[in-house]
Design a protein around this ligand. Structure first.
Ligand code: MG
Length: 218
């Protein structure tokens, strides 16, 4: 399984590595998920930084249960190609960065949705390798990078994932990027060593600056 042995399925060159999350980072997630919910008589209300408790069933006005939210997410991912679009400037920015760095997508969705996601990314001009795993991201990034004396960057909207990578791959540049501005405003403060970028136009110079400044430890 790709999830167990990421180094076995992704071949890296001797150059910098960019590991990017997909939902809310490379692909819009919250904005199309809101539209999807409306089509199913539900509404996402941005009251706090979470889905469960903030999705209202419009048939009874109640918050959808955790199980119902999971079922809605599964249905959304089953139809993702009809809903999800690229985040602003991601296609151009990653194409430019791919001339000097390897790019790998690391998505936390269940692996059974990975084939659909692969097809969607390809169709949108995002042909970079995709790893789908619900394991903590820090060990996966560490395993992928393998302690090489090369710069590595990790981009995600969820702080838990950024903290996991900070703990396991301490040389990694960490960027917190979230496409949806409404939820970004509700997000917790990133914390020590994590750079915030509102979009890919802000992330690109952070990444290039890290490549330029990086020097092997010896
Ligand atoms: Mg995400």
């Amino acid at each position: 399984m790709a999830a167990d042995r990421p180094e076995g399925v992704v071949r890296l060159g001797h150059r910098p590595l960019i590991v990017s999350d997909v939902d809310e980072v490379a692909l819009e997630f919250l904005t199309p998920f809101k539209l999807f919910l409306e089509s199913r008589q539900h509404r996402l209300v941005p009251r706090s930084f979470r889905l469960t408790g903030n999705i209202i069933d419009l048939n009874n006005g109640e918050a959808a249960s955790e199980a119902a939210v999971k079922a809605l997410l599964d249905a959304f991912y089953d139809a993702q190609e009809q809903w999800q679009t690229p985040a602003a400037q991601v296609v151009k920015t990653l194409a430019e960065l791919s001339t000097e760095a390897d790019i790998v997508f690391l998505t936390a969705m269940p692996p059974r949705h990975a084939a659909r996601r692969r097809a969607l990314l390809d169709a949108l001009g995002l042909p970079y390798p995709l790893l789908a795993s619900e394991e903590p991201k820090g060990p996966l990034v560490e395993q992928l990078h393998g302690g090489r004396e090369l710069p590595v960057v990790f981009i995600d909207d969820i702080l838990r994932n950024l903290h996991s990578v900070r703990d396991h791959a301490p040389s990694c540049l960490l960027i917190n990027l979230m496409a949806n501005a409404e939820f970004r405003a509700l997000a917790p403060v990133p914390g020590r060593g994590i750079h915030a970028a509102a979009d890919w136009a802000e992330a690109a110079p952070l990444i290039r600056g890290h490549f330029r400044r990086w020097a092997p430890r010896n």
